[in-house]
Write a protein that binds this ligand. Structure first.
Ligand SMILES: Cc1cc2nc3c(=O)[nH]c(=O)nc-3n(C[C@H](O)[C@H](O)[C@H](O)COP(=O)(O)O)c2cc1C
Length: 243
């Protein structure tokens, strides 16, 4: 299948044939292709959790707005990333490179990530997003349908899959045989709105005058391992509209 056709034919499928099973070889092929996706500094920090335990799938579905894909797809992947992969034997990522290349890369990796929790998280999400699309297009080429999903309780799912403290969940990818056609594409924005030539319009809302760098107080790489009952929401304080 041509890449262009796979891109055009891929749609987010809501209903899968619960009886269809992918072979171990197919799953292996799909994940091997996913593992060829690019990552900054080749840190390959994605971790693909394959959930094939039906009871675990049911438990995850209960925290995923009861979405049928979670139990009915042939494959449920929880795309995670190891936020600290950059510091875990990074020489592995450049093992086959020329000596001078790896000698340059290893200190560069450390300088780029150490102390920067926001960068670690942003990179993880970027890499998982790219891997997700690789998986969905490869699935299409292999005769399968898919659905990316983030409609679930991230903390509950983290607990259910026993996510390590220094990992993060990006999204689910479900793969299988569609039983219902997707609705027609609901509406694509025109390219004129999406594509900016060189610079944003000077008359468009206030450009950023200052690029925010570390530390970002609101960003945390902490994974909540204990889900506490939600406190009653407090009345929102009244705030004046921003300038
Ligand atoms: C990050 C992300 C999360 C999504 N979460 C869900 C989800 O939880 N359930 C669902 O049915 N579709 C989900 N979708 C699919 C979108 O609804 C879908 O991509 C969008 O409507 C465009 O349709 P298309 O993918 O068929 O082109 C998600 C898509 C993305 C990219």
């Amino acid at each position: 299948m041509k890449t262009q056709k796979a891109i055009k034919d891929r749609r987010s499928i809501k209903y899968f044939d619960a009886d269809h099973q992918m072979t171990a070889e197919e799953i292996d092929e799909l994940l091997s292709l996913a593992a060829l996706s690019p990552t900054a500094f080749n840190v390959q920090h994605w971790r693909f959790v394959v959930v094939d335990d039906p009871e675990l799938r049911k438990a995850i579905r209960a925290h995923s707005w009861d979405q049928a894909q979670v139990t009915d797809a042939s494959l449920l992947l929880v795309l995670c990333a190891d936020l600290k992969a950059w510091e875990k034997q990074p020489e592995r990522y450049w093992a086959k490179a020329d000596k001078e290349v790896s000698e340059f890369m290893l200190p560069a990796i450390k300088a780029y990530y150490s102390t920067k929790t926001r960068v670690q998280r942003d990179e993880a999400m970027r890499s998982c997003g790219i891997a997700a699309q690789t998986i969905m297009l490869a699935a299409k080429a292999m005769g399968y349908d898919s659905c990316p999903m983030d409609g679930f309780d991230f903390n509950r799912v983290a607990q259910l899959i026993r996510l390590p403290q220094d990992h993060i969940i990006s999204m689910f990818i479900t793969v299988g045989k569609a039983t219902k056609k997707p609705w027609p594409r609901p509406g694509q924005l025109p390219l004129e709105e999406l594509v900016i030539k060189n610079q944003f319009n000077p008359r468009s809302p206030k450009p950023q005058s200052e690029i925010k760098t570390e530390p970002m107080a609101e960003v945390s790489d902490e994974v909540v391992t204990e889900v506490k009952p939600k406190a009653k929401p407090k009345a929102k304080p009244k705030v004046k509209a921003k300038d």
